[in-house]
Design a protein around this ligand. Structure first.
Ligand SMILES: *Cc1c(COP(=O)(O)O)cnc(C)c1O
Length: 252
C-alpha cells in the first residue's frame, strides 16, 4: 500500500485526465460547446503532499467528502502556505448540525451537496458570520437521480421547489447548479447513463419554471469511470479522484 502511494505520479495523472477532458469536449454536440467543464480533483483519503503536487501542476479545484478530513487538510500549514488560491468543494453528506464546521473551512469555494430546505436555510443564516468578503456562498443541489435509498439528495420531483426556496429566501447563497452521484457500476454499453439524463431534465425543469438560461445552471456529474461520457452528455463539472490520485481502499 505504501509503496503504491509513493509510486503514484499525480502530475502525470492530472495531465492525462485533462487531455481526456479535451478529447471528450470535442465529441460534444455543437449546442453543448458553450462551456469548458471544470475539473474537481477529489483528494479524499489522500495526503496533502499529493494535493500540493496537483496544485503545482495548475489544478485549483479540489473536492473532499468527509468534513473532518476537509477541516484538517484546509487548515494544514502546508496547504495554507503553498496553495493560496485553492478552491475547496465539499461533495459529501452534510448534516445541519455540522454547518458551522463546514463554513469555517478556509478557501471553501462551494458546497455541492445541499439536499433540503432546512440545510439551505441554515447555510444562508450562518454564512455572514464566516465569509471573508461580501461574496455569496456557492451551492449545488444534490439530486438522488437513481432513487436509491442509500444515496442522499433530493427527489428529482422536489428540485424546482428547493430551487425556488433558495432563490426566494436565501440571499446569501448563490445557486451554481445541480449534482448527482448516480448508480455505481452502470454499464455504458446499455446507452446514455439514465442518471445523467435525469439530471439534465431537472435542469430543464428549473429553467422552464424560473425562466433561467440553462447556461447558468451547472451540471456536476461524472467521476473517474464515466467523466468522459458525462462531458459528452453536457456535464460542466466533473469530480475525478482515483484516476488522478490512485487507488483508494473502499470504506465500509
Ligand atoms: C469519491 C467521490 C468522487 C470521485 O470518485 P472516483 O471514482 O475516485 O473518481 C466523486 N464524487 C463524489 C461525491 C465522491 O464521493
Amino acid at each position: 500500500m505504501l509503496r503504491r502511494m509513493a509510486d503514484i505520479d499525480v502530475k502525470l495523472g492530472l495531465r492525462t485526465i485533462l487531455e481526456k477532458i479535451e478529447t471528450a469536449i470535442k465529441k460534444r454536440a455543437p449546442e453543448l460547446q458553450y462551456s469548458k467543464p471544470q475539473l474537481v480533483a477529489v483528494s479524499k483519503t489522500k495526503p496533502t503532499n499529493l494535493i500540493i503536487e496537483a496544485y503545482e501542476e495548475g489544478q485549483r479545484h479540489f473536492g473532499e467528502n468527509y468534513i473532518q478530513e476537509l477541516i484538517e487538510k484546509a487548515n494544514s500549514a502546508d496547504i495554507l502556505e503553498k496553495c493560496k488560491d485553492i478552491k475547496w468543494h465539499f461533495i459529501g453528506p452534510v448534516q445541519t448540525n455540522k454547518v458551522n464546521k463546514i463554513l469555517s473551512v478556509p478557501k471553501l469555494y462551494m458546497i455541492e451537496t445541499v439536499h433540503s430546505k432546512k440545510l439551505a436555510t441554515a447555510l444562508n443564516q450562518k454564512w455572514p458570520e464566516f465569509r471573508k468578503d461580501d461574496g455569496k456562498l456557492r451551492i449545488m443541489l444534490q439530486v438522488n437521480t437513481s432513487g436509491e435509498d442509500a444515496k442522499s439528495g433530493i427527489d428529482p420531483d422536489e428540485v424546482v421547489d428547493l430551487t425556488r426556496h433558495v432563490n426566494d429566501n436565501c440571499n446569501n447563497l448563490e445557486l451554481d447548479g445541480i449534482m448527482t452521484i448516480g448508480q455505481f457500476g452502470y454499464n455504458l454499453e446499455e446507452g446514455p447513463n439514465p442518471d445523467f439524463i435525469r439530471l439534465k431534465k431537472c435542469r430543464d425543469e428549473i429553467c422552464e419554471s424560473l425562466g433561467w438560461d440553462i447556461k447558468n445552471v451547472n451540471l456536476s456529474m461524472g467521476m473517474s469511470d464515466d467523466f468522459e461520457h458525462a462531458i459528452e452528455m453536457g456535464s460542466t463539472n466533473v469530480r475525478v479522484g482515483s484516476s488522478i490520485f490512485g487507488y483508494r481502499p473502499k470504506k465500509n
